[in-house]
Design a protein around this ligand. Structure first.
Ligand SMILES: CC(C)(COP(=O)(O)OP(=O)(O)OC[C@H]1O[C@@H](n2cnc3c(N)ncnc32)[C@H](O)[C@@H]1OP(=O)(O)O)[C@@H](O)C(=O)NCCC(=O)NCCS
Length: 143
């Protein structure tokens, strides 16, 4: 409750751009209606407001993602006329994988050198092993 106003839900969205359509669009990060207020038309109201704004601004599409187990949300979206695109996969860089991009150049260089050293030592080990086999073969022949 905020100044006698009850917040029943929210939709968080922001503009993005489709190079395929050559047009901007909206990306919905989250849509949420508090439990006691569900199935009363608030979700539809929120999604409709975003879609209407997109049309008004000449945008090409409104997009978002939904988890495959969230069957209620999927039913809601389908009822709103949205397509659920099965062939798209979400890619994410986060945690250590993301932080790795902040490593300084010398650390990156060190990692690269270490990688190359590992490869070189593997090749060297294989060469020594081949050489050892050859020497053994010659010793057997000579004996
Ligand atoms: C998904 C969500 C936003 C829907 O909000 P809502 O206010 O309940 O939706 P509406 O009342 O506008 O529903 C419109 C229609 O969608 C369909 N629908 C909505 N919820 C549904 C459910 N749980 N099961 C089946 N159909 C559903 C119905 O056809 C419904 O019309 P009806 O009530 O006349 O049958 C809400 O359930 C929610 O906040 N869920 C938790 C958060 C979440 O999962 N967000 C989506 C993240 S991707």
């Amino acid at each position: 409750m905020l100044n006698d106003v009850v917040v029943a839900g929210f939709v968080l969205f922001f503009p993005n751009y489709s190079s395929f359509l050559s047009k901007p669009g909206f990306y919905i990060e989250d849509i949420f209606v508090r439990e006691p207020y569900r199935r009363k038309g608030f979700g539809s109201m929120l999604l409709t407001a975003v879609a209407k704004q997109a049309v008004k601004m000449g945008y090409g599409r409104v997009e978002w993602v939904v988890l495959d187990w969230n069957v209620n949300a999927i039913k809601f979206y389908e009822q709103m006329g949205a397509q659920i695109l099965q062939e798209w996969r979400v890619c994410r860089l986060t945690g250590d994988a993301l932080e790795a991009f902040d490593q300084n150049e010398s650390l990156k260089l060190l990692r690269m050198m270490f990688k190359r050293l590992k490869i070189a030592s593997k090749v060297l080990r294989e060469m020594i092993s081949d050489l050892y086999d050859e020497i053994r073969e010659r010793c057997v022949i000579q004996n």
